[in-house]
Structure formats: C-alpha cells, structure tokens
Design a protein around this ligand. Structure first.
Ligand code: NAD
Ligand code: IPM
Ligand code: MN
Length: 370
C-alpha cells in the first residue's frame, strides 16, 4: 500500500468546517481503495497567531515542505483586523505559497449542469462552461519590494506596493498555461494591462515569444485585463485557459466563481515545478473562497470547493485519476439529486448543512469505489 502524506491546514472561519468533510473522503479512499493516506493537522492563519504568535510557525512550514500535499481551508476574519501587518492571518498563506514556490495556481470554473440556474447569469451564457484561470502566484504586486507606508513628515503618507515580474517568472507560467491548454481546447488568452503598466508590456512580450518559439501550434490571444473581465461575464465560453498575473488572477477568479453559481464551488491547485530527479512537485490545494466570517460556525458553508480542491490533489499530486474522476462525478450526482447548501439552493431542491453535503458526496464516492 502506498503511503501518502497529507498536511491538513483547516485555518479559520469556515475552514475547519469544510476540511472536516474532506477528512470523510480521505477515510472513504483509505477504506475502499487502500489509498494509504496519512494525515497530520496544524494551525494556520488567525488560529495559529492566537496559539503560536505567528500566522504560520516554522514547525508547520517544515511539515508543509515534508508532506506530499497540503490541503488548506481558509484564513482571516475580523477578529484579527488590528494585528500587525506581517502577522495577519493572510500572511501565513502567502508564506506557504512563496516558500513552497507554488507559482502556478489553477482555478477551474466549471458550471455543473444542475447549477445552470444558480448563477446570476442567464443559463445559456454559462451552461457547459469549462474554463481554467491560471494565476501566477509567487510574484507581482503581492511580493514586489518596496512595499511600505512612508511618513512624509508633513501630515502626508505615501503607500507603496510594487509590481515586479522577471523573465523566468513569466516564461514558466506561460509554459504551464500552454501545457494545460494542450490537454484542453488548445487556446490561451493572456490578460494584462500593457497600456498602463511596464510589467504588462513585458508580460505580453514574453508570452508572445514563448508561444512563437515553443507552442506555435496552439492559439494565443491577448486581452487587456479590464476588457477581459467584461468578456468573462458577457461570454465566458469563448475562453479556454486564461493566463494572468497574481492580482488580476485573484480578481478574475472571484468573478469566474459567480459564473459557476457560488464562491463555494470554486477549487484551486497551487503547484510548484516538478523536481528534476523525482518528478514530484510541491502542491497545495485550497478553495478560492475565504473564511466567510458571516456564515462561520453555522453549518451553512458549502464544502464543495474544498472537496473539489481535494479532487484536484488526487489528480495532480497522486495521479489517482480514477478516484479524482469518481469524486468529481460524486459531486455532480449529489447536485443532480437536488442536494444543496444554502448558497446554491433552488426551488424544489433539498437544503442540507455542510456536514450533510459532505455525507452525500462521501456516500456516492464509496458506492463508486466499492
Ligand atoms: P469570502 O470568500 O470569505 O466570502 C465572500 C462571500 O461568499 C461571503 O458572503 C461568504 O459567506 C460567501 N462564501 C464564501 N465561501 C463560501 C462557501 N464555501 N459556502 C457558502 N458561502 C460562501 O471573502 P471575504 O468575506 O472577502 O473575506 C473574508 C476573510 O477571508 C478575509 O479575512 C479575507 O482576507 C479572507 N480570505 C481568505 C482566503 C483564503 O484563505 N484562501 C481567500 C479569500 C479571502
Ligand atoms: C485568494 C485570497 C488570497 C489572495 C488572500 C487571502 C491572501 O484572496 O487566494 O484568492 O489574495 O491571494
Ligand atoms: Mn481571492
């Protein structure tokens, strides 16, 4: 039996509630197909700050570096609004991304047939939607220096964030985009703001060159990120892979979430480069949504984004393709059966709580794998 080490970082707010549902699925996989998952749990975010004085401890970072995959819930919340900037909950997630070098963030937006009416957009616009936002995750304005607030001494302050991209960072995310596009419909749409940003101009230049030199058989299109956002809502099915930077990717993926019906539906995978010798790569799987303080602790959270993130983990970290397909099919069948959390509730459907949704998926997964 293979041994597969998972580090579970439930985090804050609804994070622990949604992670509990993934733990049920880990048990199903161990019992049905002897998956050999072992799990370890640690604190991250505000809960780590409260207990350990930092949003992620060095010991937890060591665990993250040593495991086969990290499953991450969510961090943040109003409780930590006054905490020092460097110790805010979100800094724990950013350290994981940076130190694990998880530069490629895959955020697929798929409209499940049963949810075609749950979106705020018309059914015909989103029915059959299957797009992938590829967000650069370790560069750009999130990490560029200087990043500070300077007191100018005249009653004024200057707040600075710096958008930086170097050639290798754009090249590697571009290659990842085309490699993914090759397994899909063969089209990459790069989004930046070359009309106002030097980094956008250079992003466009590098993406164009990598396409010409290495992937000329595939299609490349460019959009200014603002117009791209508009087209994402107007006619999202025109896209296949959207390649974009850290900040635009953050915003465009929340927009894309609403095409699928709810932020509670959008999973993500954050991947590093494969190791030259072993082929293994560092990976973290997390939903796109946050800690949802407004619904935390009430059993209202939709766990499907967290569950679908785990399915991405089965696919990308463990090559458990049959099991990943089975889990995704179990999600679709649960939705087809009219089982809904409040965020995707529809007339005639049966409303369940977080745990009820997890049980419904786990039951279907068990039936498929037994
Ligand atoms: P959010 O994603 O937490 O919530 C936005 C809205 O979507 C809320 O109304 C919430 O109830 C709803 N929602 C989110 N996930 C849901 C789910 N699974 N089921 C049902 N409804 C869901 O974003 P926010 O309110 O802007 O941020 C709250 C906190 O989360 C902030 O501290 C923010 O920094 C943090 N955050 C963390 C992550 C992360 O840990 N990856 C991501 C985004 C935001
Ligand atoms: C996301 C989140 C994070 C981001 C925050 C919590 C740091 O919004 O993963 O989308 O901005 O990247
Ligand atoms: Mn975000």
């Amino acid at each position: 039996m293979a041994s597969r080490k998972l580090l579970l970082l439930p985090g804050d707010g609804i994070g622990p509630e949604t992670m509990a549902e993934v733990e049920k699925l880990v048990t199903v996989l161990n019992e049905t197909v002897s998956a050999g998952f072992t799990t370890e749990k640690a604190l991250v975010g505000g809960s780590a700050y409260d207990a350990e004085g930092a949003p992620i401890s060095d010991a937890t970072m060591d665990l993250a570096m040593a495991c086969d995959a990290v499953l991450f819930g969510a961090v943040g919340g109003p409780k930590w609004d006054g905490v020092d900037y460097d110790k805010r909950p979100e800094a724990g997630l950013l350290r994981l991304r940076k130190d694990m070098e998880l530069f490629a963030n895959l955020r697929p937006a798929i409209c499940y047939p049963a949810l075609a009416d749950a979106s705020s957009l018309k059914r015909e616009i989103i029915e059959g939607l299957d797009i992938l936002i590829l967000r650069e995750l370790t560069g750009g304005v999130y990490f560029g220096e200087p990043k500070e607030i300077i007191d100018l001494g005249n009653g004024q302050k200057r707040a600075i964030d710096t958008q930086v991209y170097e050639t290798y960072e754009i090249e590697r995310i571009t290659r990842a985009a085309f490699e993914l596009a090759r397994t899909r419909r063969g089209k990459v749409t790069s989004m930046e703001k070359r009309n106002v940003m030097k980094s956008g101009l250079y992003w466009n230049e590098v993406v164009t060159r990598v396409h010409r030199e290495e992937f000329a058989d595939l299609t490349l299109e460019h959009e200014l990120a603002d117009a791209g956002g508009m087209k994402l809502v107007k006619n999202p099915k025109q896209f296949d892979v959207i390649l974009t930077d850290n900040l635009f990717g953050d915003m465009l993926s929340d927009i894309a979430a609403m095409l699928t019906g709810s932020l509670g539906m959008l999973p993500s995978a954050s991947l590093g480069a494969p190791d030259q010798t072993t082929g293994m790569r560092r990976a973290l799987y997390e939903p796109v949504h946050g800690s949802a303080p407004d619904i935390a602790g009430k059993g209202l959270a939709n766990p499907l984004a967290m569950i679908a993130s785990f399915a991405m983990g089965l696919r990308y970290s463990f090559e458990m393709i049959t099991e990943a397909d089975a889990l995704e099919a179990a999600i679709a069948e649960t939705l087809d059966a009219g089982i809904r959390t409040g965020d995707i509730m529809a007339p005639g459907a049966s409303q369940v709580n977080t745990s009820g949704m997890g049980d419904a998926v786990a039951e279907r997964l068990r039936a498929k794998l037994s």
